[in-house]
Design a protein around this ligand. Sequence first.
Ligand SMILES: [Zn+2]
Length: 312
Amino acid sequence: MNKHILHDHLDGGLRPSTANDIAKKIKYKPLLEIEDVQGFFDRSLSNSLEEYLEAFTHTIALMQDYSSIERIAFEAAEDMHLNGINFYESRYAPFYSVNEGMTPLDVIDAVNSGFKIAEETYGIKSGLILCGMRHDTKNVINVANLCVEAKDKIIGFDIAGPELSFPPSLFAESFKKVSESGVNITIHAGEGDGVSSIIDALNNGAMRIGHGVRIIEDINDGIIGPTASKIIDLQIPLEICITSNIHTNMYESYEAHPITSLIDYGFNVYLNTDNRLMSNTSISKEIEIAKNLGINDVDRLLKYSASDSFFD
Ligand SMILES: [Zn+2]
């Protein structure tokens, strides 16, 4: 059976040992004196999404040259393979790695080169979703344009970063342009912001919703609201990342996470990792968590319907 990961950030999944190696190579000061690298990046006790996101400044600092990015991409795909995954959709905000020596296309090529080596070695198929950062309008526009320019090298477009105050409709023109060029769209929504962000994502061409867990807030006393109905009827995939939601303080415990209710109501739920380094997780760990919550046939949450896949 093919198993898919739909939602995993490349800059959120470095191996601690690799972060250590690259920090030494480029003499990245904040990491040089650190003994417990995993602990340095661990955001399991963070108090907010902002605190959680701070860890990314350090991983991005380690992703500034071709060979480092290629290695990180290869290892991400290798780790997914070792967790039983055959199709890995990875995402990254490419302009974070652009500098005097790296163009946006170089960044994409470095990622794809790492993925190609992993495919040749293990058979795992990997593809890159480009993320625009929604708190930076210019960045979203640039990434959208890059998606159109490099559409044969990527598999999708997303916007990431803080959701509140930055709804998808702010970037309606960019989504329209990307959609018209035939690039697949997924949008982070219904995590930092509520139900309105989910309907806004759908209206801007989202074929899947990143997280989307707060769709549960459209169901009250068993009465299913209009947005939730639409998501169920259209079977829009929800890219659920349980541990990440706990670590960004959305839910106080695994038991409080709505994944089991979402499944019971008939939502099209998929299990994902989001940021393996910051959350010290893997898809194998997420599968165990889902099993412990009483979800039967967890494999079904990794089996993606080919008709909806972002891969050709
Ligand atoms: Zn995410």
